[in-house]
Every structure is written in C-alpha cells, then in structure tokens.
Design a protein around this ligand. Structure first.
Ligand code: HEC
Ligand code: HEC
Ligand code: HEC
Ligand code: HEC
Length: 140
C-alpha cells in the first residue's frame, strides 16, 4: 500500500527527457548514437508518410518510431514534444528524468535483455524484414 502511494505522489520520476539531455554527461555515447544509429532518426520515416496516410494510421507509427508514446511524459506530437520525436536513448535505457537529476547510475537501466527490443522489433517484423537486432549491436 505504501509503495503504491509513493508511486502516485512521485510520478514525475517516470518522465522522459529526450536524448539531447544526456549529451552533457555522456558525450561519446551521444555522438556515436546520433552519427551512426538509424534509431536516432526514426521519425524521418514517419514524416515521409505524413501526406500518404490518414492521421489515425500515422498514430500507429508513433508507438515504435518515437520515445515513450502513450506513456507518462512520453511523445505526444511532433509539435508538443519535438525532443521525443525519434527513438532515443530512453527507448532502451528507460525514462531518464530521475537519473538526470540525481546522476545516480542506479536510477537508469544498465542491464539489457532482448525483451526490451521486442515491442518494436516484433517477431512479425523480424520475419518480414529479415532483420533481428543483436542486443549489443544497436547502441553506441
Ligand atoms: C548531469 C549528468 C548526467 C546526465 C545528464 C545523464 N547522466 Fe548518465 N550518468 C551520470 C553519472 C555521473 C553516472 C555514473 C558514472 C558513470 O558510470 O559514468 C552515469 C551513469 C549512467 C549509466 C550507467 C553507466 C555504467 O557504466 O553503469 C547509464 C546507462 C547512463 N548514465 C545513461 C544516461 C542516459 C540515457 C541519460 C539521458 C537520459 C543520462 N545518462 C544523463 C551522469 C549523467
Ligand atoms: C520504441 C521502439 C524500439 C525499441 C524498444 C527498440 N528499437 Fe531498434 N529500431 C526501432 C526503429 C523504429 C528502427 C528503424 C529506424 C529507421 O531506420 O528509421 C530501429 C532500428 C534498429 C536497428 C537498425 C539500425 C540502426 O542503426 O538503428 C538496430 C540495430 C536496432 N534498432 C537495435 C535495437 C536493440 C538492440 C533494441 C533493444 C535493446 C532496440 N533496437 C529497441 C525501434 C525500436
Ligand atoms: C511494431 C513497431 C513498428 C510500427 C507500428 C511501425 N514501425 Fe516502422 N519500423 C519498425 C522497426 C523496428 C524498423 C526497423 C526495420 C526492421 O524492422 O527491420 C522500422 C522501419 C521502418 C522504415 C524503414 C526505415 C529505413 O530507414 O529504411 C520505414 C519507412 C517505416 N518503418 C515506416 C513506418 C510507418 C510509416 C509506420 C506507420 C504506418 C510504421 N513504420 C510503423 C517498427 C515499427
Ligand atoms: C538500442 C538500445 C540503446 C540505445 C538507443 C542507447 N543505448 Fe546506451 N547502452 C545500450 C547497451 C546494450 C549498453 C551496454 C550495457 C552493458 O554493458 O551491459 C549500453 C550502455 C550505455 C552506457 C554505459 C557505458 C557504455 O558505453 O557501455 C551509457 C553511459 C549509455 N549506454 C548511454 C546512452 C546514451 C546517452 C544514449 C543515447 C544518446 C544511449 N545510451 C542509447 C543500449 C542502448
């Protein structure tokens, strides 16, 4: 019961901050990610389709091509949350607000399993695109 209460009075800790915020302290990971990972530009694909599909269809793309769509403090729209447009650091490392404020490594995800990738890199996609990301191959 106590834990549940704590969760509700501190929801801000779940918030997403966007990759740019990580840059000051993790410049090497940031630069590598922006330069070499297509995940850091995943919204371009959505933007290209904007005029070809309905707004409702477009929303189905957000779930996998943005950061935190449908989650607290996550992507809402390109206008309201431009810093969360692409699939950024927090897609893998989890919401970063608490860690950014505390600088505590325990406040950010550091251990990974493929389950983190699967909501977006689904079985269906892996078959269709013949592409399965390797756990340590897609980051920085
Ligand atoms: C104000 C500085 C600061 C910001 C901003 C920051 N971090 Fe950190 N981060 C640290 C410090 C300090 C550590 C602990 C020392 C270390 O391992 O480099 C750390 C550790 C980490 C670790 C664990 C490293 C390890 O070796 O175990 C990860 C992962 C991480 N940060 C990711 C992020 C992400 C993702 C963001 C953006 C959402 C971010 N950090 C923003 C300061 C920061
Ligand atoms: C929120 C959805 C999402 C999650 C979670 C996710 N990815 Fe991705 N990933 C994408 C999208 C979207 C692309 C395609 C980007 C493009 O080409 O526009 C992609 C592309 C990739 C690529 C292709 C090339 C590149 O440089 O970006 C690799 C590798 C990859 N992801 C690895 C991973 C790994 C490993 C994990 C889990 C630790 C993961 N991804 C989790 C959405 C996600
Ligand atoms: C279930 C998650 C998911 C959904 C929903 C999704 N995508 Fe993707 N998309 C991905 C992943 C993951 C990749 C990386 C390629 C792969 O799967 O092998 C990708 C790749 C792409 C690419 C190729 C990018 C490149 O750089 O070549 C385009 C274009 C694209 N998606 C457009 C869209 C559009 C438009 C929508 C909405 C109608 C959409 N996607 C919905 C997960 C998704
Ligand atoms: C596709 C998933 C993914 C994305 C996106 C991602 N990371 Fe990571 N990150 C990882 C993995 C996997 C590790 C290695 C963890 C381990 O060593 O067990 C890692 C490790 C780290 C570490 C620890 C030191 C190191 O280099 O091993 C830091 C710091 C870090 N990431 C920061 C970031 C920042 C900042 C961003 C965005 C600019 C980012 N990450 C984006 C998956 C990701």
């Amino acid at each position: 019961m106590f834990l549940v209460l704590v969760f509700f009075v501190t929801p801000a800790f779940c918030d997403y901050v966007g990759s740019e915020k990580c840059k000051v302290c993790h410049e090497r990971q940031y630069e590598n990610f922006i330069k070499y990972s297509r995940m850091s530009r995943s919204f371009e694909a959505v933007e290209k389709m904007k005029n070809k599909i309905t707004p409702d269809e477009l929303k189905t793309c957000f779930q996998c091509h943005t950061t935190g769509y449908g989650k607290k403090g996550g992507f809402i729209s390109a206008e309201k949350t431009p810093h969360l447009k692409d699939t950024g650091c927090e897609v893998c490392h989890g919401p970063g607000k608490r860690h950014v404020e505390s600088k505590n490594p325990l406040h950010i995800r550091r251990k990974f399993t493929l389950q983190i990738c699967e909501p977006c890199h689904t079985e269906e996609r892996i078959r269709a695109f013949r592409f399965k990301p390797l756990l340590y191959g897609g980051a920085h």
